[in-house]
Design a protein around this ligand. Sequence first.
Ligand SMILES: *Cc1c(COP(=O)(O)O)cnc(C)c1O
Length: 421
Amino acid sequence: MDHFLYRNGALYAEDVPVADIAATVGTPFYCYSAATLTRHFKLFQDALSPLPNLVCFAIKSLSNVAVLKLLGNLGAGMDVVSAGEYLRAKAAGVPGDRIVFSGVGKTRAEMRLALEGGIRQFNVESEPEMRALSEVAVSMGVVAPITIRVNPDVDAKTHAKIATGKKENKFGIPISRASEVYAEAARLPGLKVVGIDVHIGSQLTELEPFEMAFTKVAELTRRLRAEGHDITRLDLGGGLGIPYTRGNEAPPLPQQYGALIKRTVGDLGCEIEIEPGRLISGNAGILVSQVIYVKSGEERDFLIVDAAMNDLVRPSMYDAYHDIVPVIEPAPGLETQAYDVVGPICETGDTFAKARPMPPLAAGDLIAFRSAGAYGAVMASEYNSRPLVPEVLVMGDHFAVIRARPSYIEIVNRDTVPEWL
Ligand SMILES: *Cc1c(COP(=O)(O)O)cnc(C)c1O
């Protein structure tokens, strides 16, 4: 459930009419609901309770500092994958001991930054990374807390581009080699092993792959303890999927996911960390756009809208489906018409939907792409020199622009022409 609903025939974000925001901000823009973000975050906390836990929001899904501040104020930890994300978490006031650092390619500079600013743990993904971190920590005279990300070789049954837990994927170390790698970690100076990390993919719509992975992590915990390691934390990653279509899709709920965690690893006495991104942010955001033209095609009509693949890349990158709804509620029983919904960019890939049944629309009408909060704004670019799409946060009856649209002058002035030209 989210807070983007029709009231008196108009789409609202919480208590604010979406058309009012569009009139102030212009289109396209992303709009997030504070109440939805809050609700989803708390669902995870409740689902893990009473186990000692830290819900670390995967910043990569939605990284606006205002959103991080909102979640940080609720007690969220943060899962970061780059120096930039680390600095965003700090800018939002999240203390270092609530930040975990994931990612296969952490540089020494990133390690140093996090060790200076404070870090809960590094989720180490390879032996070369582990050795580099050891050297960096020793050179700074500090100890880096680490988990090692294991690759459990399970099929997450999701889109190939976001499956990460199969042995052919680049992530983590093979679980079969864990004993060896943990033994080396224990020998290396400047490192302190605190736990195990696993993350098998994103947009998982079944619990079974999680169950297989967490069961393997439980077995590994017992084995590593028997081998003398102090395993006190389990980071179980993110990946719980969300419904993108209304009706027939019902991914497992955080409550069921929490019950599974308790059943598989709950008796180990470990602190549980999870790294949900999409489930917290996905349905907490919409992308609002305006119809520029309705163009009649040979086979069907095109809705040419002012949002494009540079603003929301998921349909062209992952073949993702987004519900598209008019901001003015269609009259009940109104006959729909099939449209191809496309952006203005010079690529056929700039297509949001094909033959999508929609109520008849005209130039100037506003539409909203639902479930666009995760992997939306964060993946936006300025391709075609289109200004980076702005973001708005709604709370109750008020809203604020939390990232402004850059002006064309700003965009052009970012380039520097060398004086010898
Ligand atoms: C992407 C990612 C997440 C978040 O995944 P969601 O599907 O958005 O929940 C968490 N942890 C790691 C290591 C990731 O790469």
